[in-house]
Design a protein around this ligand. Structure first.
Ligand SMILES: *[C@@H]1O[C@H](CO)[C@@H](O)[C@H](O)[C@H]1NC(C)=O
Ligand SMILES: *[C@@H]1O[C@H](CO)[C@@H](O)[C@H](O)[C@H]1NC(C)=O
Ligand SMILES: *[C@@H]1O[C@H](CO)[C@@H](O)[C@H](O)[C@H]1NC(C)=O
Ligand SMILES: *[C@@H]1O[C@H](CO)[C@@H](O)[C@H](O)[C@H]1NC(C)=O
Ligand SMILES: *[C@@H]1O[C@H](CO)[C@@H](O)[C@H](O)[C@H]1NC(C)=O
Ligand SMILES: *[C@@H]1O[C@H](CO)[C@@H](O)[C@H](O)[C@H]1NC(C)=O
Length: 404
């Protein structure tokens, strides 16, 4: 690959959403929340379940980042045997490691400490599955690192089979899996390895091919956002194989809503409410334009060493309209008796402009010297270094799973 070949020339695998996303023409979401509404202190949907527990008393998603190198990181990058090279920033040369040391401090309470043993006890004979895109896969890797740190090496294993990656803690007969379905419904990007396609097509009405791999789980953690960041999407009614499918371009956010409705309808009918708990992780912000937080014109997340401290900060890459769409679909599902708990990471993650891998990662091969010296083209400002931000997403998930 010549030095002038930009990121478009890189073959994408399951390791990388970045090339796809950089190649895509982004729509800037123009609808913004006002400062006041983002600061507004409303208890979120997780609160309404309330039974006097922490999650019902305190909005865990409303708070600030505090430097705490005594407690964090919760595990060491090189000691996690399931670490992904895409997220191993220290291994790939990052020198400033302070991104590992931030604790999330809710304004009204403390975030409960992650206790892997306690979590594994509650997952005994159970299956937890993360379903979604590479951001969700990063959260899954984080969860496995958090949990595996408490286990002797011979007591866990990993098994990969196509779109499904399965971690097992043998003593507990507990599975923590990841299932690749970046748009939740079927799409032409479903191959876990070769999913870079020039024209993305999504079967907005079809999900059963994926769902049969996860409907029988005890806990489900979904996400989907980045792959939808286009002004419109080609939708298919019919199958990819047959010649009589109907293709239509459908605008955002309507096409996103259609897909989420398909997902919600399936959950409504197929999920056993007395067995399965469902979570949805809200959108993960990107930091590709330093100008948004007062940085240089051609800068991005590369070189950043501190979070943003301006309370309520929102970059332009987060789309409130899509957030509202998710909320609407979840509200609908809840009126039909299935409660999906939102893990609302968006605001707290907005602040973490310094937590991305930028050039300190391995995608296919480690970046070349030329690429390393050109961070404006090669920085990954989408995913998250580990240990780092996704560990906190998992602490939030942990608090909900444990009903703390
Ligand atoms: C998630 O947080 C954002 C920003 O803090 C807020 O606007 C939104 O209403 C929250 N959503 C839910 C479902 O709590
Ligand atoms: C934590 O950070 C402080 C301030 O930067 C530093 O003085 C101290 O040595 C650090 N402690 C550890 C354990 O890294
Ligand atoms: C974690 O949970 C286990 C099991 O409930 C308990 O024995 C242990 O003391 C806890 N560890 C910490 C550090 O709280
Ligand atoms: C082990 O866990 C699976 C769920 O992942 C469950 O179906 C199975 O019954 C469990 N085995 C035992 C012996 O409990
Ligand atoms: C992989 O998954 C397929 C279908 O989901 C299943 O038939 C096959 O037995 C699995 N293979 C292994 C080695 O687990
Ligand atoms: C739903 O889950 C409960 C608890 O695990 C179980 O007792 C019940 O048989 C399940 N119902 C169906 C229809 O599978």
């Amino acid at each position: 690959m010549g030095k002038k070949t930009p990121i478009l020339g890189i073959r994408c695998t399951f390791q990388s959403l970045v090339c796809l996303l950089v190649a895509a023409i982004f729509v800037i979401c123009t609808v913004h929340l006002t400062q006041s509404s983002s600061r507004e202190h409303v208890l979120d949907r997780t609160a309404s379940k309330g039974s006097g527990n922490l999650v019902s008393r305190c909005n865990l998603f409303y708070g600030k980042w505090v430097f705490d190198n005594g407690t964090y990181p919760l595990y060491k990058e090189r000691e996690c045997k399931f670490m992904s090279d895409q997220l191993a920033c220290e291994k790939f040369g990052r020198k400033d490691l302070s991104y590992q040391n931030w604790r999330w401090q809710p304004h009204e309470c403390d975030l409960p400490r992650f206790n892997a043993t306690r979590l594994l006890e509650s997952l005994r004979n159970k299956k937890l599955v993360f379903v979604g895109d590479s951001l969700n896969r990063g959260q899954w890797v984080s969860m496995i690192c958090l949990v595996d740190a408490s286990l002797a090496p011979e007591l866990s294993s990993m098994h990969n089979n196509g779109s499904l990656m399965s971690f097992k803690a043998h003593e507990y007969n507990a599975s923590i899996d990841f299932y690749w379905a970046p748009m939740l419904v079927e799409s032409n990007s479903d191959d876990p390895v070769n999913h870079k396609v020039p024209d993305r097509i999504v079967r907005v009405g079809a999900i059963e091919k994926h769902a049969r791999h996860w409907t029988d789980s005890d806990l489900l953690v979904f996400n989907t956002y980045l792959w939808w960041r286009r002004s419109k999407m080609k939708a298919l009614w019919g199958s990819f194989e047959s010649s009589d499918g109907i293709y239509k371009d459908v605008n955002m956010p309507r096409v996103y809503e259609m897909a989420l409705e398909t997902w919600a309808n399936l959950l409504e009918v197929h999920v056993n409410r007395s067995r399965t708990r469902v979570f949805f992780v809200s959108l993960s912000p990107t930091h590709q334009k330093a100008q948004e937080w007062g940085g240089s014109e051609d800068g991005n997340c590369y070189g950043e060493t501190e979070p943003i401290f301006q309370e309520g900060y929102q970059g332009q890459a987060s789309c409130p309209v899509m957030m509202r769409t998710v909320e609407k679909v979840l509200d609908g599902l809840s009126t039909r008796g299935l409660n999906v708990q939102m893990i609302n990471i968006t605001q707290l993650t907005e602040y973490r402009k310094e937590g991305h891998p930028s050039v300190y990662r391995k995608q296919w091969e480690a970046l070349t010297q030329d690429q390393l010296s050109n961070p404006s083209s090669y920085a990954d400002c989408i995913h998250w270094c580990l240990p780092g931000v996704p560990d906190v997403w998992n602490e939030l998930l942990y608090a909900q799973i444990m009903n703390l």
